[in-house]
Design a protein around this ligand. Structure first.
Ligand code: PMP
Length: 398
């Protein structure tokens, strides 16, 4: 009965684990949750107050499809300030979350059969959105040895005459991997003089650690900028996931196409949320800066805890709020008579035995790992890491 496009979509493993964790919690069990994909801080107060004022001032009607002029001006200035890039207002679209901008962009560019290059591990929605556009995913595998980053030669090899789009997520969900400017330059060199668009999902750009200097892909040259769609938004930087505001910035022709698609789906994003996002971009930045410092402390703690576990290897990722430890050493064991043979089995074991919820890497195209989010309290990280330690000791010694 249902359309084929639904049948080809994968079920969300993240949601599956979250549901199981919720069921345990409902039974009164304390769950150590490492699945969270959003900052655990409240939205900063100045932003909330600004939104309340917007409601009182009746900014509660339809916004223009492409986003309010005020917000787009703020985004234009923000992009200039943060990345030293110039965009016209007509080259910016505000969407209902960064995800909608990604969706608009892929649908604007991809015809059936066009190839889209996606490095794995990837954000779970990329391949599914490409499938909805009837594009063909071309996955480039990375490894822990390379810090889960692709090299120019990997990109070169994946390109064919049908390649239309390259999707890069920097910093990356689920690995936390973040590229240096010179690494990005290497990739840009491969794309130079080729007719390939780049979707650069930079939603985690502010969450980088150990002094890494983030570089936007569009800043790698005028020719590259012309073919790059920057995706960004307020969700992660300002702890505003529920407000649903993201944006895309690109050449006018692409933004016009994205606007066309958006105008026949959601239309303009929520007007109150747009006011809140305006304040996020132009207002006080202290809370956002404090959050990054705290994330770095938590990452350090979680990283050290993972290193202390025999059988686990882990990269000290420089971005986002995820670590992506390799747990494949444990695939030789079994639990309750069932072999642990992939990241799903491993995640189920952790939840059942230790009440620790994690996201299996298989959902991101990398089955040797699990994703641990440190967007959770340091107390949860400390107790949860101890639980993981004990659970894996039990598995190895039983
Ligand atoms: N891109 C990546 C890599 C993400 O992790 C997320 C959120 N999980 C999004 C885009 C979507 O962001 P938003 O909530 O603003 O739609």
């Amino acid at each position: 009965m249902l359309a084929n496009r639904v049948k080809i979509l994968a079920d969300s493993k993240t949601l599956l684990m979250a549901n199981k964790a919720r069921a345990l919690r409902a039974d009164g069990v304390k769950v150590y949750d490492f699945t969270i994909g959003e900052p655990d801080y409240p939205t900063p107060d100045n932003i909330k107050q600004y939104a309340k004022k917007a409601i009182d001032n009746n900014i509660t009607k339809y916004s223009s499809n492409e986003g309010s002029i005020n917000l787009r001006k703020a985004i234009k200035d923000y992009i200039k300030h943060e990345f030293n890039l110039d965009y016209d207002l007509s080259e910016i679209i505000v969407s209902t979350g960064a995800k909608q901008s990604i969706f608009n962009a892929v649908l604007s560019i991809i015809d059936p059969g066009d190839e889209v290059i996606i490095p794995a591990p990837y954000y779970v929605s990329y391949p599914e959105i490409v499938s909805l556009a009837q594009g063909k995913q071309v996955i480039i595998n990375t490894s822990e040895k390379n810090g889960y980053k692709i090299k120019p030669e990997d990109l070169e090899k994946a390109i064919t005459s049908k390649t239309k789009l390259f999707i890069l997520n920097n910093p990356c969900n689920p690995t936390g991997a973040a590229y240096t400017k010179s690494e990005l330059m290497g990739l840009a060199e491969v794309l130079r003089n080729k007719n390939i668009f780049i979707l650069s999902d930079e939603i985690y750009y502010k969450l980088v650690y150990d002094g890494l200097e983030f570089a936007s892909f569009a800043s790698l040259g005028e020719d590259i900028k012309k073919r790059t769609i920057i995706i960004n938004g307020v969700s992660k930087t300002y702890s505003m996931t529920g407000w649903r505001i993201g944006f895309g910035a690109a050449e006018r022709e692409i933004i016009q196409a994205m606007n066309k698609i958006q105008s026949h789906s959601t239309s303009g994003a929520c007007s109150v949320s747009q006011e809140a996002a305006f304040e996020a971009y132009v207002g006080d930045q202290n809370e956002a800066i404090k959050m990054v410092k705290e994330f770095q402390n938590r990452r350090d703690y979680l990283y050290e805890s993972m290193l202390a576990i025999r059988g686990i290897t882990c990269q000290k990722a420089l971005g986002a709020f995820y670590l992506f430890p390799d747990i494949s050493y444990f695939f030789k064991y079994s639990y309750k008579g069932k072999p642990i043979s992939n990241s799903d089995d491993f995640a189920e074991f952790l939840l059942d035995y230790a009440h620790v919820a994690v996201v299996p890497g298989g959902a991101s195209g990398y089955d040797n790992c699990i994703r641990l989010s440190y967007a959770t309290s340091i107390e949860n990280i400390k107790s949860g890491a101890e639980k993981i330690f004990d659970a894996l000791k039990y598995l190895s010694e039983k």
